[in-house]
Design a protein around this ligand. Structure first.
Ligand SMILES: [Zn+2]
Length: 314
């Protein structure tokens, strides 16, 4: 058996699998917003213990644990160098070693999006394609490219669809550039923008957040606001869709891939309806409009990142 942990800017997802696609236990926790990497490592270990309880097995039954982490990582050293979407994670932290000490099993570290794309390629919506672009729409906007049946990593940072420039000179992105897709479509950036705009525009977003006892504007909070016809939420999501269309359209024009597979907490929560709006926004920017790619939701859903992480476990 193997275990996988997916560390997101909002949630931590843990799974225990049979070593393949079958999930035998799972658990989810909120990513701590205080305490930096140490607090995050503690919460990851707790999430894994919850998943082991759910599966009814002991940690010793695991051959290995994989962790998909955001930001820039050094897989060989097991270190997360920095993670812009996690509060207080500004210096390198030896995540794999700390978790090994905590859980007494070998831990391998990989990029969160790369492992999620590999999981979709092997077990999910990517099975029937030789080439596709994975777009993971969550706190940030991550991407992964499969070409000729293989994940293309470039020199380590390929497919950063969230950091394609959608508006030159536009809003400042977490990465330091201006006008990135993520600066409009990342849920973190959208929350920041919603706070600014809420001073002048009425919105239910923050009431819904409070009622649900959330630390952030989660996907569920946004979805509820949309259902209730919240204008500000609508405007910001439309803007996000427009930015995604620019980024995805450019990528498709460049790579001529067969499909776009949308995952990530936000993308999945918004579902088919918004997937098709992103498809329509993309269509506007395609060089060959008569041969658009298929648009599909990630089949492994919320668990894709954690299942993908098991694939790098020993
Ligand atoms: Zn950026």
């Amino acid at each position: 058996m193997k275990a996988g942990l997916d560390l997101g800017g909002t949630n931590i997802q843990a799974v225990v699998t049979d070593g393949g696609a079958e999930v035998v236990g799972q658990a989810r926790r909120e990513t701590p917003r205080e305490g930096g990497p140490k607090a995050v490592a503690f919460e990851l270990a707790e999430a894994l213990r919850d998943a082991l309880d759910d599966a009814g097995v002991e940690a010793m039954a695991l051959s290995g644990i994989g962790v998909g982490a955001p930001g820039s990582i050094d897989p060989k050293a097991g270190t997360v160098l920095q993670a812009a979407n996690i509060e207080g994670w500004v210096e390198p932290f030896p995540l794999a070693r700390v978790l090994e000490e905590e859980l007494s099993r070998p831990v391998a570290l990989g990029n969160d999006v790369t492992v999620a794309v590999e999981a979709e390629r092997r077990f999910g919506a990517g099975r029937s394609y030789d080439s596709f672009l994975g777009v993971f729409w969550g706190t940030g906007v991550g991407g992964g490219i499969v070409l000729d049946g293989k994940v293309w990593e470039g020199r380590g940072s390929a497919a950063e669809i969230g950091h394609i420039v959608a508006r030159p000179g536009g809003r400042r992105c977490n990465c330091g550039l201006r006008g990135c897709v993520e600066a409009y479509a990342g849920r973190g950036a959208m929350e920041e923008r919603a706070r600014e705009m809420a001073r002048r525009h009425p919105t239910m977003l923050f009431e819904i957040q409070e009622r649900r006892g959330r630390l952030r504007l989660t996907s569920g909070v946004w979805a509820r606001a949309l259902e209730q016809g919240d204008e500000l939420a609508h405007t910001l999501i439309e803007r996000a869709v427009g930015a995604l269309g620019v980024g995805i359209g450019s990528a498709v024009t460049l790579l001529d891939i067969e499909a776009v597979i949308m995952g990530g907490g936000f993308g999945l929560r918004l579902g088919e309806e918004w997937l098709h709006r992103v498809e329509a926004a993309t269509q506007k920017h395609l060089f060959r409009r008569e041969q658009p790619p298929d648009f599909r939701l990630a089949e492994l859903g919320d668990l894709g990142g954690a299942i993908g992480a098991t694939l790098i476990a020993r």
